[in-house]
Write a protein that binds this ligand. Structure first.
Ligand code: FAD
Length: 281
C-alpha cells in the first residue's frame, strides 16, 4: 500500500496511463483525510489532484506545484442500497463490491480504469450509464483544508462535465445509491466487448475527444482516414480511432500535436470542432 509520501521532482509519466508528461515539482500521497487536511492548511503551491491518471496529459514543461494523489482514501461502507466510498477507491473495486452485495447498476464501472474522485470530476460513463446517475451527495475539501457536505443538486452535471459554484473544491468521498432490482449488464460480457473494441493494455487515456452532438468522434476521425497516423511516438489506434496510443516513447508534445492535427483535419473535412475529453495540464 502506498502510505503517506512526499517526493520532489516526480515524473508524471509514472502516474498516468498515457505514460508521458513532464515533471511535477512535488508529489504528495496523504495517508488519510487528516493528513490531507493538515497538508492543505499549510500548502501555498498550486495543486493538481490525481486519481488513477487515466484521463490526463501533463505537458512536457511539467507542473510547478504539488500533485496530490488520493489513492489511500479508499474506504468503503455499504448500508443496504447506500455505498459511501472514498475518492481514491477504484471503479473496478466499486463495481465488484456492488456485484458481491447484490447492488445493481454499477456494472458499467468495471470498464472504466479510474478512481471514484476522477469519475466524479469527469462524470465518467459507459454503455448508457453515468457516474452521477448514482450520486446522492459528496464530501469535498477546499484548498484550505475545510471539509463540506454537498448535495447533488449543487452541481451542474452534463456529458463528461461537472461544475458548481465551488469549483476550487475537490472530492474526497461520495455517497451513492443503487436502487435497481436487476443488473443492467453482464460484467464479463462488457469487458469482452471493451477488449474487442478498444486497445486495452496499451498506454492511452481512453477516448481523447468527447462525442459531438449527434455524432461520434471515432467515426469522424476514421472517416478522415487518420487511423494509424502518428506524430513522433504518438499514434491513432487502428482499433479505435478516438484513442491515441503512446506507441514509442511519445512526448506529451507529440500527443498534443496529434490532438491538434486531428482537430484541424476533422474541422476541415466536416466543419465540426472536436472538444477534448482528456484534461491537458
Ligand atoms: C483504456 C481506457 C478506457 C477508458 N474508458 C472510459 C469510459 O468508458 N468512460 C469514461 O468516462 N472514461 C473512460 N476513460 C477515461 C478515464 O478512465 C475516466 O475519465 C476516469 O473517470 C478518470 O478517473 P481517474 O481517477 O483516472 O482521473 P484522473 O485522470 O486522475 O483525473 C481526471 C480529472 O479529474 C480530476 N480529479 C481526479 N480526482 C479528483 C478529485 N478527487 N476531485 C476533483 N477532481 C479530481 C483531475 O484533476 C483531472 O482533471 C478511459 C481511460 C482509459 C485509459
Amino acid at each position: 500500500m502506498e502510505k503517506i509520501l512526499i517526493k520532489s521532482s516526480e515524473s508524471i509519466a509514472n502516474h498516468c496511463s498515457l505514460r508521458t508528461g513532464g515533471i511535477a515539482k512535488e508529489l504528495f500521497v496523504p495517508e488519510d483525510l487528516d493528513d490531507l487536511s493538515s497538508f492543505l492548511k499549510h500548502n501555498t503551491s498550486p495543486i493538481l489532484i490525481l486519481g488513477l491518471g487515466s484521463n490526463i496529459l501533463v505537458r512536457d514543461s511539467g507542473f510547478n506545484g504539488v500533485v496530490v494523489k488520493l489513492n489511500n482514501l479508499k474506504h468503503i461502507n455499504i448500508n443496504n442500497s447506500i455505498v459511501k466510498i472514498g475518492a481514491g477507491a477504484t471503479l473496478a473495486k466499486l463495481s465488484r463490491l456492488c456485484e458481491a452485495n447484490k447492488l445493481y447498476g454499477a456494472e458499467f464501472l468495471s470498464a472504466i480504469p479510474g478512481s471514484v474522485g476522477g469519475a466524479l470530476a469527469m462524470n465518467a460513463g459507459a454503455f448508457g450509464s453515468e457516474f452521477w446517475d448514482f450520486v446522492v451527495n459528496v464530501t469535498t475539501v477546499d484548498k484550505l483544508g475545510n471539509i463540506f457536505q454537498r448535495n447533488k443538486s449543487e452541481f451542474e452535471i452534463a456529458y463528461r462535465s461537472v461544475s458548481s459554484n465551488n469549483n476550487d473544491e475537490f472530492f474526497i468521498e461520495a455517497e451513492l445509491e443503487f436502487k435497481q432490482k436487476k443488473p443492467t449488464h453482464n460484467i464479463k460480457q462488457l469487458l469482452e466487448k471493451r477488449n474487442k473494441l478498444q486497445p486495452i493494455g496499451l498506454p492511452s487515456c481512453g477516448s481523447v475527444f468527447k462525442n459531438p452532438k449527434n455524432n461520434f468522434a471515432a467515426k469522424l476521425i476514421e472517416d478522415s482516414n487518420l487511423k494509424g497516423f502518428c506524430i513522433g511516438g504518438a499514434c491513432i489506434s487502428n482499433k479505435h480511432a478516438n484513442f491515441i496510443i503512446n506507441k514509442d516513447n511519445a512526448s506529451a508534445t507529440d500527443v498534443e500535436n496529434l490532438i491538434k492535427h486531428i482537430q484541424q483535419t476533422v474541422k476541415s473535412n466536416f466543419c465540426i470542432d472536436l472538444e477534448t475529453e482528456v484534461k491537458i495540464i
